[in-house]
Design a protein. Structure first.
Length: 276
């Protein structure tokens, strides 16, 4: 019997480990479904759980963020963590890594990138930073304080984690079009959350992108995830109550001015007017 993971093997922002029990209940109630398409695959946890619970079903995992490459590099990541663990051995657990030790950490990371051409920055930054401050480069990490949050044990081999899945790596819209008319399909829809940080995703999203996802839900069976930090449900409730409003800005003139709060925080002020 295959191993069932209840959390993703490597760190990933937004993995759904807290929903595993409830998600299994949903799966047990839709035995007639035979195709599950995980449009925003992320860490692959939903796809993995689905395949473990429904080995008879086709489960499509959209690995847009290349999580499988991180899994393949677990041995390399573990070797790097061994060296980092040794460098900060005299720093208390959760203590700040300063001075010469900090320089040693970055020297080792630069060596790794130079010699091997790859670092799993999400895993490494989770070991050296707090509060899911995942960074994607050494340059970004150098802007942050470092802490000794390195786990004591290696990450386990996870070569069986994606076993049996049909793996894709494409825009979710392409995948949706491929399976939208498939009988018995259920779409798993876990997009980056509106009004939350999407810095670790390989995409940049506007509000319209979040709203486009909702088209997937119409006329299909789905499991959709969001957060109370997102206003998407409140927005949909409001639109449902005011569906005759339309777009009040049609015909308006738009003006923009760039503004800044400080040296690294910028935004655009927008004025729309229709005074005709």
């Amino acid at each position: 019997m295959r191993k069932e993971y209840l959390s993703a093997p490597l760190p990933f922002v937004g993995q759904k480990r807290m929903f595993v029990r409830e998600y299994k209940k949903i799966l047990s109630g839709i035995r007639d479904a035979n195709v599950f398409v995980d449009l925003f695959g992320g860490s692959g946890l939903l796809s993995h759980i689905t395949k473990c619970q429904r080995p008879d079903a086709t489960v499509v995992y959209n690995d847009f963020d290349n999580y499988r490459f991180r899994l393949e590099n677990i041995p390399r990541t573990n070797a790097l963590l061994v060296d980092l663990r040794d460098i900060v051995r005299e720093v208390p657990k959760h203590g700040c890594v300063r001075g010469a030790k900090r320089d040693e950490v970055f020297a080792r990371l630069e060596q790794e990138e130079r010699e091997h051409g790859y670092i799993d920055f999400i895993t490494i930054s989770s070991a050296l930073m707090f509060s899911m401050k995942y960074k994607q480069s050494i340059a970004e990490m150098k802007k942050e304080a470092l802490y000794n949050n390195i786990r004591k044990s290696d990450y386990a081999d996870a070569s069986d984690y994606l076993e049996g899945l049909t793996i894709a790596s494409c825009d979710y819209k392409v995948l949706f079009e491929q399976y939208r008319d498939t009988p018995g399909v259920v779409f798993l829809v876990d997009p980056p959350y509106l009004s939350t940080d999407v810095g670790t995703y390989n995409m940049y999203w506007k509000l319209s992108d979040y709203l486009d996802v909702l088209k997937v839900l119409v006329g299909h069976r789905y499991v959709y995830f969001t957060s109370n930090k997102s206003s998407i449900i409140e927005l949909c409730d409001w639109l449902g109550k005011n569906n005759s409003l339309g777009n009040p800005f049609i015909g308006a003139t738009r003006k923009e001015f760039n503004a800044s709060m400080n040296f690294n925080s910028h935004y655009t002020d927008i004025m729309l007017y229709n005074v005709a």
